[in-house]
Design a protein around this ligand. Structure first.
Ligand SMILES: N[C@@H](CCC(=O)N[C@@H](CS)C(=O)NCC(=O)O)C(=O)O
Length: 309
């Protein structure tokens, strides 16, 4: 099998979600560090425009969004299986955490006491570039949550998780970890990274103990890879056969139609290509890039828009 390549940066909570899943599954992977802000020319050569973090690459298949990346990792390494159709509670908690808790954590950390951790080691120009980049990334999408609402929602989640864990269970939904554990964990990890704000977690010892159990999965075995080597790996490989996925269509599209896919919430950069997969849960575009060669760029269906150019 082609190597598992994660394009990410250390401070990204969504990347931490995937690094921990790689750890829980004891996988070996290659680590490509990407910039925090645009431009990201090497990443975009693979994705066709998608700029969010992280992105998973397996040969010439490029997977955008952690909702899909987590499912792909379940296919590559089924134990522990994080998504099970008989565990709808796990899937629903994960979806809700991505929608509510992540926004609350970001709104909470974006306060002066959080900036010191977020911007550690950055100069004034870098901080300004970061703020301008994130403002541009949210243009046309959902605004960042205001601090009082973010604080209230964060406590709401912490209280709820704390009460849920009070019966002594090890993980949120089952005896083993599910996708719910990783989706709830990564926003709290983002809060925990800011020492001046992490005290909020100390108010919920059961949550802190559960966080330690999730953190103990570690990150698997990673070794660094350059962006150039990742592009060479894409050029050397062929994308997986799209026929493995059933074709369902609610857009009036045929295989090979030229379409655009973009996130529906923020970081809305259109990716243009030929529709290759239109399955119930996922979409993929075929594109040819001068640096990456022929690649298949995959997206989850939920949370993304498909339209004609
Ligand atoms: N729904 C996406 C959200 C990813 C996301 O928002 N990632 C943040 C970093 S944690 C991001 O892309 N920030 C801007 C950037 O890295 O350029 C996913 O699950 O992958």
């Amino acid at each position: 099998m082609n190597e598992i390549i994660l394009h990410h940066y250390d401070a990204s909570p969504y990347a931490e979600k995937i690094r921990l899943i790689l750890g829980a599954k004891r996988l070996a992977w290659r680590s490509v560090q990407i910039p925090w802000v645009m431009p990201k020319p090497d990443l975009v050569a693979l994705t066709g425009g998608y700029r969010r973090t992280p992105v998973l690459q397996v040969g010439a298949d490029v997977y955008c969004d952690t909702a899909l990346i987590a499912r792909v990792l379940d296919e590559i390494a089924p134990a522990p299986r994080l998504h099970r159709s008989d565990r709808m509670a796990a899937l629903s908690v994960a979806d809700l955490a991505e929608r509510e808790l992540f926004g609350a954590a970001v709104g909470f950390v974006f306060q002066p006491r959080g900036f010191s951790a977020l911007f550690q080691g950055m100069g004034k120009a870098q901080i300004e570039a970061f703020m301008a980049d994130r403002k541009a990334m949210r243009a046309g999408g959902a605004p960042r949550m205001e601090l009082p609402e973010a604080t209230g929602l964060l406590h709401h989640w912490l209280q709820r998780v704390s009460e849920h864990l009070a019966d002594g269970r090890a993980f949120l939904v089952a005896d083993e970890p599910t996708i719910a554990d990783f989706a709830v964990y990564h926003p709290l990890w983002f809060v925990a990274r800011a020492p001046a704000l992490a005290t909020v977690l100390g108010e919920y010892p059961g949550v802190s103990a559960w966080m330690a159990r999730v953190a103990a999965f570690g990150h698997g075995t990673s070794s660094p890879m350059s962006a150039e080597a990742a592009l060479a790996a894409a050029r050397a490989a062929s994308p997986a056969a799209p026929q493995a996925h059933p074709w369902v269509d609610w857009h009036g599209c045929q295989p090979g139609d030229e379409v655009i896919i973009e996130p529906a919430d923020y970081g809305i950069v259109p990716v243009r290509g030929l529709l290759a997969i239109s399955a119930p849960e996922r979409l993929a575009l075929r594109r040819i890039d001068p640096r990456a060669g022929e690649v298949l760029v995959h997206f989850p269906r939920v949370g993304y828009r498909l339209r004609r150019p």
